[in-house]
Design a protein around this ligand. Structure first.
Ligand code: NAD
Ligand code: MG
Length: 390
């Protein structure tokens, strides 16, 4: 059997580590090309050694000496910085996991697609900022993009053998996060440590806070539109605290197909790794009788304005997604630094979106890597300015 050449971008993160877990269980089937991470070069080097990677890349230039030290004598190349990430994505590979967090995942993903590598996409920000560009690039190069976000993997699986034209609606579920029942007054006082306590999923810090604010679901609504090519009116969000049902697809004949499973990302990662086959995966099996009931409720867009903002972004189109995502990332940085309140994140994002939508018109801007980068920088700068912090 030929070995599959695979790379993992964001290998030191939550999705990256789960991907490595699956690959290590069947190590003789894979030839690992590149692993990439951030400041944690010890973990990056440890995994690069364990998987005999060709190259390890940290996104931080000042971490290169430490990465070199950690890889000394192994023959594994060490590199750093944005250009090195793109260079690593250009190395021939059959499959790459895109699990960098944030807009920084876009350029390596585009590079991989352009050279024909299948892209397993956890980095939803790529689709939010530049969905049409990403999907067109995949099409132009005859390459596959496979969703790794649990909801989108669920929808993708429910659509096997179906015609997208017969889909009436797509329902993605949301756990509701730790603040599902909180009043607006309570949300205003929510602290960082409270936002980091997710009730059902164990994920990276940033997506965990985005789940508490529902910005994660807002990004996922846009991700659904871009990935499946449906119109916004077909996309619904359903609050489901147990995170057992990941998504549902409603068809024109009234059938509703649901995808259920335990909240373990190794299912969606494994599905994308083995697609179009299914293989045994080390995830716990659901015991529905033990679970007893499944609970659902409607989302509250007044307490969680991110959901409403996502609809506005889709309405505007063009570069609005890039602005929305970047403004959210900048506001999240400020919340993590404990410089703004939890509810200020949505206020700042809404304000910057409104500012940048007036005048030339965001919706008309063509989406290229350069225009996305420009909109991204401007949105971040405006958030910092509007926040009055320094
Ligand atoms: P994480 O914070 O645990 O890991 C992020 C990875 O990206 C790390 O390897 C980090 O070093 C790297 N990174 C951070 N900033 C970078 C930059 N500027 N340039 C290059 N690399 C950088 O995040 P995660 O929870 O694993 O999430 C990764 C992606 O997957 C995100 O887009 C997230 O929305 C998506 N996702 C995650 C989950 C989950 O369960 N964790 C579920 C669905 C989707
Ligand atoms: Mg998700």
């Amino acid at each position: 059997m030929t070995m599959r050449r695979v790379s993992i971008f964001g290998s030191t993160g939550s999705i990256g580590q789960s991907t490595i877990d699956l690959i290590r269980r069947d190590a003789q089937s894979y030839d690992v090309v590149a692993l990439t991470g951030g400041a944690n070069v010890d973990l990056l080097a440890h995994d690069a050694r364990a998987l005999c990677a060709e190259v390890a890349v940290t996104c931080y230039e000042d971490r290169l000496p430490a990465l070199r030290d950690a890889l000394a004598g192994t023959g594994i190349e060490a590199a750093a910085g944005e250009a090195a990430l793109v260079e690593a994505a250009a190395r021939p590979a059959d499959w790459i996991m895109s699990a960098i967090v944030g807009a920084a995942g876009l350029a390596p993903g585009m590079t991989a697609l352009a050279q024909g590598t299948t892209l397993a996409l956890a980095n939803k920000e790529s689709l939010v900022t530049a969905g049409p560009l990403l999907m067109e690039t995949a099409k132009a190069h005859g390459t596959k993009v496979l969703p790794v976000d649990s909801e989108h993997s669920a929808v993708f699986q429910a659509l096997v053998g179906e015609d997208i034209q017969s889909v009436e609606r797509i329902i993605i579920t949301a756990s509701g996060g730790p603040f599902r029942d909180w009043s607006h007054a309570q949300l205003e006082q929510a602290t960082l440590s409270q936002a980091l306590k997710h009730p059902s999923w164990d994920m990276g810090q940033r997506i965990t806070i985005d789940s508490a604010s529902m910005f994660n679901k807002a990004l996922e609504i846009i991700e659904t539109k871009e990935f499946f090519g449906v119109v916004p009116a077909q996309i619904e969000v359903l609050v489901h605290p147990g995170s057992t049902v990941h998504a549902l697809v409603g068809f024109c004949d009234g059938a509703l197909m649901a995808h259920l499973g335990v909240p373990d990302m190794r299912h969606a990662i494994g599905y994308a790794l083995h697609h179009p086959d299914r293989r045994m995966l080390p995830v716990a099996r659901l015991d529905l009788a033990a679970l007893g009931t499944l609970h659902f409720e409607a989302p509250d867009e007044r307490r969680f304005p991110a959901l409403r903002l996502a609809r506005e972004v889709m309405e505007t189109g063009g570069l609005a997604g890039a602005v929305f995502n970047a403004a959210k990332e900048a506001a999240l940085d400020l919340f993590i630094a404990e410089k703004i309140a939890f509810t200020d994140m949505a206020i700042l994002v809404e304000r910057v979106l409104a500012e940048m939508s007036s005048g030339v018109g965001l919706g008309k801007g063509s989406i290229t890597l350069d225009t996305v980068r420009e909109s991204d920088s401007e949105a971040r700068a405006r958030v910092f300015e509007a926040s009055g912090t320094n």
